[in-house]
Design a protein around this ligand. Structure first.
Ligand code: ADP
Ligand code: ADP
Length: 217
């Protein structure tokens, strides 16, 4: 199974990706997590991406396309994978189409801007695994500690209101057209291989997941 998860920052892509990855046993490819790792490792890509990420912009298409191309050709992707946070521009979506890798599902999680701001302001993450928690909606068992490893949780530098609003505006202008691109592609697909599914992200995490699972099965 190959799928793409779209949605504004804070819609719950990471949360759903973890459920999907566990149930369907496919790798989750999160470009945000890959870039944060590159920043931490101080690689060339990390140095290029750091300031852009902190200020809520998008890392240049050529950098990100190369990163994803390399990742999806690794052996663990042979039986499928899940893209979380890519493609985020039409140029990225078109580059992905050029690889001739076919996708089964594009899932768009939708959410209102004001809920997003509340969610991201309360998000705490476990950097090593990408697991995310929320102080009120989804608290860890022990305060500010990851449930599985007990390691400390951190807040992301870009989860501050001014940067969140910038990321939302970037999403609406640059990434929303990607959803329309796949919606049209799914509508034109006579073989019905590619299915497009939009879901309301304001429901509880497990309710969303069960609806996604119904769509996938
Ligand atoms: P969120 O979970 O809030 O949607 P991500 O973790 O996916 O955010 O991404 C964090 C940041 O990493 C983005 O704001 C952007 O700067 C950069 N980034 C991630 N994926 C991409 C991409 N596909 N294209 C360009 N920039 C990206
Ligand atoms: P994204 O990857 O799209 O940026 P996350 O999965 O990291 O989003 O979720 C953003 C924040 O909202 C996290 O703090 C997470 O725990 C919380 N969250 C995720 N899904 C839901 C939901 N359905 N209802 C309430 N809070 C949620």
């Amino acid at each position: 199974m190959r799928l793409i998860l779209l949605g504004p920052p804070g819609a719950g892509k990471g949360t759903q990706s973890h459920f999907i990855k566990e149930r369907y046993n496919i790798p989750q490819i999160s470009t945000g997590d890959m870039l944060r790792q590159a920043v931490q490792d101080d690689t060339e890509i990390g140095r290029k991406a750091k300031f852009i990420m902190e200020t809520g912009g998008l890392v240049p298409d050529d950098v990100i396309i190369e990163l994803v191309q390399e990742r999806i050709h690794k052996t663990d992707c042979e039986h499928g994978f899940l893209l979380d946070g890519f493609p985020r521009t039409l140029a990225q979506a078109k580059a992905l189409s050029l690889t001739n890798i076919s996708f089964d599902h594009v899932i768009e999680i939708d959410l209102d801007d004001e809920i997003i701001v509340k969610r991201l302001s309360g998000r705490w993450v476990h950097p090593a695994s990408g697991r995310s928690y929320h102080v009120e909606n989804n608290p860890p068992r022990k305060p500010f500690k990851d449930d599985f490893t007990g390691e400390p949780l951190v807040q992301r530098d870009d989860d501050q209101e001014v940067t969140i609003r910038k990321r939302l505006s970037v999403y609406r202008t640059q990434t929303q057209p990607v959803a329309s691109y796949y919606l049209s592609m799914a509508a034109a697909d006579k073989t019905n291989t590619l299915k497009f599914f939009k879901i309301d992200g304001s429901q509880p995490p497990l309710v969303i997941f069960e609806k996604i699972a119904q769509e996938l099965e």
